[in-house]
Design a protein around this ligand. Sequence first.
Ligand code: ZN
Length: 429
Amino acid sequence: MKTIIKILFLILINVDSIGQNIDIQAKIKYHTEKAQNYLDKEKSLSGFYSIDADGIKMYASPKDKLSNKTEFVIRWGQIENFNNLLEFNSATSMLAKYNEGQLKGFPDGIYIATKKITPEKKLTGYKIALDPGHIANDPETGDLEKKYLKIKGDNINGIKDSIEIAEGMLTYATAKLLKSKLENEGATVFLTRSGDKCSFGKTFAQWKKDDLKNAVDSLFKIGELKASQKQYFLSKKVNDRDIFRVIFKDLELAKRAEIINNFHPDLTVVIHFNVDETNLKWEKTSDKDFDMTFVAGAFMKNDLSTKEKRFEFLRLLISDNLEKSISLSASVIKSFESELNVPTANIRDAKYLTEGCIMAANGVYCRNLQLPRYIHSPIVYGETLYQDNINECKSLNAESDKTKNKRIQQIAEAYFKGILEYTTTLSSK
Ligand SMILES: [Zn+2]
């Protein structure tokens, strides 16, 4: 009898380990295909990672991979822990864990309980971050950040008076309208900027006064600025457009990612309006008009040059942020299509799509933009319509308070419906 039990026991263990092997084989296959199909645009990054029976390993360089010198190792049994940690920890503390070379203090199979959502309204319990693209609250600032178009009136294109549009004013009005729709359904909503204040909580002019010197000093210290540049940016000769382009822009984007991550959203919506990229200067109108959305991924051959970037690559590979972003974006683009009457862009409709993106779903493109790369939540980065399109610029020109503009109201509604569709699908799973 004892022998039979023993044999049975051995068979059970064997079946179990066969089951585990199949499970691990499936995980290897899933993550290898995910890296190749969504994250590695030029098929040039395999020297930075490996995916095998042990788990996922990251390397600082292809040379390190050859000599088996890992930068970070995560075992298959730790993936769930890692994802739970991501949800509750700051980006800085996650990067610190990456720096330790492995996930310490978290043995396989133990994880933190996730939060429970009790649905009173459709979005009760949801935390949603909205990021209205750019900073302009007036045409002058739009011109400073070069997210501005001015089209002169003429009879040929049927525009009576000239048209002036600053993208930052459109994105902010959209975010404000969307915020109140989401809040009405019970969501807690966070906006990265407000009125004329950027994500640093102040105007560009005030930031320049308070923070430019420190920013220049620290960029010089880490080798991002040369001595001659430092001198220029601290001199009286410096102009605002250079300060904006070289110093302010990326720091302000990094701030957006930081405050969004500190909010720990369930999803993030980045709001932009597009233009025809071949219609440079945007002084005349274009016939083209498209919608598209971006998610993270499509890293290029030089895109894993820092530890921080390699960490984000790993995060995208092992968390389900990317899968959720694709599904959120697919819902949003479907809603754009039905609400806005604008065609969805095909990969051949713009040069940056063909050259820098991987198509993940209809109208959803992986692209290695700063915000999708650094924001630790499912994200949709929306680019609705072409502002320089002849009909769109006429509609967008109406109303000085853009929250009263009909086209902007339609766009906020389109985002709202797309988000609702996504969360409904999620909760029915
Ligand atoms: Zn934009």
